[in-house]
Ligand binder design. Structure first.
Ligand code: BGP
Length: 473
């Protein structure tokens, strides 16, 4: 029993949160580069405040944790922990600076080839998110980003480049990170900026339909180019519990869950389910289907389901829902049975087991947990050490719950990559002090620090977890 022999243990990152070097290698500007640190971040991320040029805000992605120059050191540290896989994403504008070029940028191609070669050196299988919240600013400004169906061609060109150039290095691909995030953080998720007074739901549905078509096209392409390629969808997951056993609360929780599943239902089962069609109608919107879309979606579903899990959530039918807590951008009613992180994200290991079961029951396809972890403040003691026992405790309990789902419930699980295996900038807040890593990076919220890397206690703990294939927690 226990995890499969080839279980893919590792860690997860995203280009805009670790790479930096945004003005190097002829990289173009992307939406994520205009996400400021500070009080305006949420309004920009939700598409209601537009920062057109790099202005007087501080933009943490510009240097992030400088993976661009430290990748060799970082991958060596991942190898030291025994990583079998490394989840990373491609900065679209490193390969296609404006997005509409015919040929990819050589510098960008070379950078990722070097990264993949470094992984190969240590037998680390990359797990590549083709699109983790990046959208070229040029395409947002000229064609409105994913509002335009033309985006499909630009995205397919990006994916084709990746599948072709990196055929020998990469076999696991995710098409879009947290595809349901478009409903919560639309500028970040899809480069979507709202016009005053427009039907926002319509804009989101148009964008996501284009993404779903693009996702199906590249799933087909990935399989054609290399039959060994495995393609996954990616969900920001976390079960909704009803606030009470009142049927109305249960119904609200079910509806909130469906709102999350709606788009991966399409990627995994190949069609919009009836409740999704009704949802669209209730929003006075329509899905911009074109001829052939339905067949394409039907015939090109994903091979596995990946998801992030940080927390469960609570739904209430009471419109005056009482106190709310943050839960990865999704607001939730507070669950009195759970503890919270310093950022108010509620900690629920059993919720992970429940979520895994729900997703596996729904799709009957292998799962991959590609994000999970605790954002916390770390301090360095007088000997230069970081004792992050709170992080170890969080991960231990979640990995145990994941093991129970496999051993006791029979869920098929391909791997586990904890979020931010190296400290990175927070997507939600832009902070550096909200740290997830096994590896500390000397960098603060204002962009000061040396980028020095330090192994935390959790580094040594995770190493033994991997060595024992999850037996020693
Ligand atoms: C997910 C994103 C990640 C990551 C994570 C943690 O939604 O896919 O990019 O950032 O959340 O969130 P945060 O960084 O806000 O703590």
């Amino acid at each position: 029993m226990g995890f499969r022999k080839d279980f893919l243990w590792g860690g997860a990152t995203a280009a805009n949160q670790i790479e930096g070097g945004i003005f190097e290698g002829e990289r173009g500007l992307a939406n994520v580069d205009l996400m400021p640190y500070g009080s305006d971040r949420y309004s920009v991320g939700t598409g209601v405040l537009w920062l057109d040029e790099v202005d007087n805000h501080y933009f943490p992605s510009h240097n992030a944790v400088d993976f661009y120059h430290h990748y060799k050191e970082d991958i060596a540290l991942f190898a030291e922990m025994g990583f079998k896989t490394f989840r990373m994403s491609i900065a679209w504008t490193r390969l296609f600076p404006k997005g509409d070029e015919e040929e990819p940028n050589e510098n960008g191609l070379k950078f990722y080839e070097d990264v993949f070669k470094e992984c190969k050196k240590y037998n680390i299988e990359p797990l590549v998110t083709i699109n983790h919240f990046d959208c070229p600013m040029y395409l947002i400004q000229t064609i409105g980003g994913w509002r335009s169906r033309e985006m499909i061609n630009h995205y397919v060109k990006l994916a084709k480049t990746l599948f072709t150039y990196y055929k020998d290095y990469v076999h696991y691909w995710l098409t879009f990170n947290e595809i349901n995030m478009i409903l919560h953080f639309p500028f970040v998720a899809a480069g979507l900026r709202f016009e005053k007074g427009e039907n926002q739901a319509q804009a989101m549905i148009t964008c996501v339909h284009h993404e779903l078509v693009a996702s199906a096209l590249v799933t087909r392409l990935a399989h054609e180019i290399n039959p060994d390629n495995k393609v996954g969808c990616m969900l920001a997951a976390g079960v909704y519990y009803p606030e009470t056993c009142r049927p109305e609360d249960y119904f609200k929780a079910m509806s909130d869950d469906r709102e999350s599943y709606m788009f991966i239902d399409v990627q995994s089962r190949g069609y919009y389910p009836p409740y999704a069609l009704k949802w669209v109608k209730k929003k006075n919107a329509y899905i911009p289907f074109e001829e052939g879309d339905k067949e394409l979606l039907k015939n090109n579903t994903v091979d596995f389901i990946s998801f992030s899990y940080y927390s469960s959530r609570v739904s209430s039918a009471n419109p005056d829902k009482g106190k709310q807590t943050e839960s990865n951008i999704f607001a939730s009613v507070i669950n009195p049975y759970l503890k919270s992180s310093d950022w108010g994200w509620q900690i629920d290991p059993l919720g992970l087991r429940i979520t895994m079961n729900l997703i596996y029951d729904r799709y009957e396809k292998p799962l991959f947990i590609v994000e999970n972890g605790l954002g916390a403040m770390d301090t360095i003691d007088e000997n230069g050490l970081i004792h992050d026992d709170y992080r170890i405790e969080y991960l231990r309990e979640h990995i145990q719950a994941m093991k129970d789902a496999v051993d006791e419930d029979g869920v098929e699980l391909l791997g586990y990559t904890s979020w931010g295996c190296i400290d990175s900038i927070s997507n939600g807040t832009g902070e550096m002090k909200k740290r997830y890593g096994f590896i500390y990076v000397d960098r603060d919220n204002e962009g000061k620090g040396t980028f020095k890397r330090i192994r935390k206690d959790s580094f040594y703990w995770y190493k033994q977890v991997i060595e024992s294939n999850g037996e020693k927690l």
